[in-house]
Design a protein around this ligand. Structure first.
Ligand SMILES: Nc1ncnc2c1ncn2[C@@H]1O[C@H](COP(=O)(O)OP(=O)(O)OP(=O)(O)O)[C@@H](O)[C@H]1O
Ligand SMILES: [Mg+2]
Length: 276
């Protein structure tokens, strides 16, 4: 509506949001550009034939949700019986197509990109699965995100930031992030989820063009976590997103005000990036 009414707004345009809220569409698009994403099948109705090329374990997700809605521990399945049962349940419960995807066993990273011209990658966050009890799968499921992690004595134990990775791997995954940001025409900010297998293949799981931003540091919210690690206050992050949009629309004519708008970027972060 804002686009139609020509009212400026922060974050990406409607097309980028539409694509990223459709996991299958995002996968088709990034795959087209040579970016890896887990092999999958989109299931629209109860009458379907499972692609025999898909290898168990498989994870089942509603195609257009976020915040792990509909992604329960039981959605990781090891056989066809459980798969059919779970797909049927999700189709009924969520009334939308369901993605059946190969499970990538390995490390998980979530990476925020901030700004335009040039966009910058914030410190990388890694999910810490070692705090999970033995009987729950290593996925950021609904139960893990909203029950288990929120009840940890220290919520910071749920992740590592910055992730301990080699500088060559960091450069590689950062380049993929910036490429995805460009392909989807993201603006101002986004957060991208990845899984990495034992051979260091980097698979993009999904793109969040409206990443959650919870100011309370006791509740896990990965964009503010990454921004904090880069040296931003929460207010600095909010103002940066706003200023990046203002610069993009070119709606301030006073040059002094425009130059002041860059002040929220922590110099230590910008300087470290230049040296990288
Ligand atoms: N193919 C996969 N292989 C391994 N784990 C997966 C896969 N797909 C999803 N997961 C796990 O499930 C979690 C949620 O999946 P995904 O990020 O696609 O859903 P979401 O609800 O859109 O997430 P968000 O909370 O970031 O909006 C991931 O963080 C990951 O732990
Ligand atoms: Mg996700």
């Amino acid at each position: 509506m804002l686009e139609m009414l020509k009212i400026p707004f922060t974050h990406s345009g409607s097309l980028a949001h539409t694509i990223s809220l459709d996991k299958a569409l995002t996968k088709i698009l990034i795959q087209h550009h040579g970016i890896l994403t887990p092999k999958y099948q989109l299931i629209r109705t109860h009458r379907y034939t499972l692609n025999p090329g898909l290898r168990f374990p498989l994870i089942i997700k509603p195609n257009s949700e976020g915040s792990s809605m509909g992604i329960f521990n039981d959605n990781l399945v090891y056989d066809k019986i459980k798969l059919y049962e779970r797909v049927n349940w999700l189709l009924i419960k969520f009334k939308q197509p369901v993605i059946v995807e190969e499970y990538i066993d390995g490390r998980e990273f979530t990476i925020s990109v901030l700004g335009n011209n040039p966009p910058r990658v914030l410190p990388i966050v890694e999910q810490n699965f070692s705090v999970f009890p033995n009987d729950i799968p290593h996925i950021a499921s609904y139960e893990a995100k909203w029950i288990f992690e929120d009840n940890l004595p220290n919520p910071k134990d749920a992740y590592f930031c910055p992730a301990q990775i080699s500088s060559s791997f960091k450069s590689k995954i950062e380049a993929i992030c910036l490429r995805i940001y460009e392909i989807l025409n993201c603006k101002d900010v986004c957060r991208i989820d990845f899984r990495v297998d034992k051979n260091e293949n980097i698979y993009c799981l999904e793109v969040n063009t409206l990443p959650g931003m919870i100011p309370n540091p006791d509740i896990i919210s990965y964009l503010p976590v990454a921004a904090h690690e880069a040296g931003f206050s929460f207010e600095g992050l909010v103002n940066t997103i706003l200023n990046e949009a203002i610069k993009r629309y070119n709606i301030l004519s006073n040059k002094k005000t425009v130059s002041k708008m860059n002040n929220y970027w922590p110099q230590s972060f910008l300087f470290a990036k230049k040296n990288h």
